[in-house]
Design a protein around this ligand. Structure first.
Ligand SMILES: Cc1cc2nc3c(=O)[nH]c(=O)nc-3n(C[C@H](O)[C@H](O)[C@H](O)COP(=O)(O)O)c2cc1C
Length: 171
């Protein structure tokens, strides 16, 4: 039940108090990310953790839909590595890293943190900016920048359940 509570209560949190995120909680988020499934268990991911305020501000200034990083306590950039993925396919690397990202988002909810996926891939300009800012090699794809912080409580989960989207047995 606890897992379901975290899943149903998870929401994109864009309003943070500005407080720091304890490193022990960040480690749990990373453990959750690395617990994700991946094709043939290749785990084609690496993670860049940012807590430095200057870097968070530079990211907020240069990424169009990531202004909430100004008040975040941390950011995890989930990086996809096609060369490590099943059949070295970029698609598998992206899918696997999306699974890792979702685990991080749900774990953040479970820990009482707030988090939101902000898109890097497939926007070339954002990818290039983040590669340069964080020294990420060119064969590594930064998939997203997950803003993490202490939530103010303004953001609430949405009920997105739509029975009409379900097909039983046949479309
Ligand atoms: C691939 C992807 C890209 C996203 N990019 C952004 C983004 O750049 N900035 C942002 O504020 N939210 C971003 N989001 C969060 C979505 O806006 C959010 O998940 C959606 O509005 C549903 O709201 P919920 O997460 O609260 O359920 C992204 C989510 C996904 C899955």
């Amino acid at each position: 039940m606890e897992a379901l509570e975290a899943i149903f209560n998870r929401k994109s949190v864009r309003h943070f108090t500005g407080e720091d995120v304890p490193m022990e909680k960040i480690e749990i988020l990373l453990r959750a990310g690395m617990s994700a499934p991946s094709a043939v268990n290749m785990q084609p991911w690496e993670f860049v953790v940012i807590t430095n305020k200057e870097t968070l501000l530079a990211m907020a200034d240069n990424l169009p839909y990531a202004k909430m990083l100004q008040n975040a306590g941390a950011c995890i950039v989930v990086c996809a590595i096609p060369a490590l993925a099943h059949r070295k396919l970029k698609d598998y690397a992206i899918i696997d890293c999306s699974c890792a990202s979702q685990n991080i988002l749900i774990a953040a909810e479970a820990l009482g943190l707030g988090a939101v996926w902000t898109a890097l891939y497939p926007n070339i300009d954002r990818i290039e900016f983040v590669r340069k800012q964080l020294g990420i090699p060119k064969d590594v794809i930064p998939l997203n920048a997950i803003a993490i912080g202490i939530p103010t409580g303004e953001d609430q989960p949405k009920d997105k359940f739509k029975p009409e989207k379900i097909h039983f047995e046949k479309w």
